[in-house]
Design a protein around this ligand. Sequence first.
Ligand code: GLA
Length: 328
Amino acid sequence: MKSVFVPGRVNLIGEHTDYNEGLALPFAVDLGVNVTSSARADDRVRVAADGFGVWFADTEAEHEFERQAQVVLTDRHVTNVDLHVSSTLPAGAGMSSSAAYIGALTLVSGARGTLEELARLVQRYESLAGSDVGLLDPLATLGAREHRALLIDFSNLATRLVPIPVDVGFTVFHSGISRSLATSGYRDRRDECRAVSAELGPFRMLTMSDLAGLGEPLLRRRARHVLSENERVLAMEVALTTSDLRAIGSLLRSSHVSLRDDFEVSLPAIDALVGTICALPGVFGARLMGGGFGGCILAVHDSDVQPRIEGVRHWRVRPSDGALARLS
Ligand code: GLA
């Protein structure tokens, strides 16, 4: 019997930068997806997923999670196994449950390689299953390390680990707004960023002063978010290394403002929730996390407190090892 655990991730800062050759600073969390594989007598693959039912991989996929499994199992030529999937990661809460699920299926099917090779493979499976996402989630869920964040430079996929001060706590709040509306918005933002590159050249070569050359104010705002977010990632690295808790909080708040005003992926209800969370005792800062248009909010706070809001689901998360560090 083989068993693989792939954690979810939190993105501390660096949103919508992964598909723009920018920077991000995620860490893996202590919640994730576990897949166990055991031999079966015939050549079929039976999947039993807690809370999602039981199905055979060679029958027509009805749901997204069946399609995702089918993509991986077909490509890896998996036969003769019973798979058992269990998860402590809330689905659709913006902590990369789908990258963790696809990653766990990929690793339990025997795929091995460098961090970059495996992350690209998971990204390809996500894309074949219908989601055109960047490399942020697979790199974080596979490559992160305990007590540290993973600074990723998407222009060359170089990574470095940044220690996280022990007196900082992290809580993810669910906005209660499903991200199903989001798909088209996410795609629009990718298209708009492509339009910026088509006019000015690759994002990795751009500086703020180049943006005046963009005809459309909307594209200028989109590009300004990406470039300012890259700067905030580097400033966050310094703030973490020097345990500057105030700076950590203020970077989160300015990231939210940029996501709200320049990238326009927030919603009024989320802005209000971010404001409420920022006002809670012990909270240094908070922001919308992930693709946007719903999903979750990350709060950074004093590790001795547990911020909470009546009626809002939350998860306290701790920077943990990614899947590759857990493989024996
Ligand atoms: C989603 C995608 C990631 C990334 C974020 C925004 O979570 O899966 O690849 O683009 O949005 O930072």
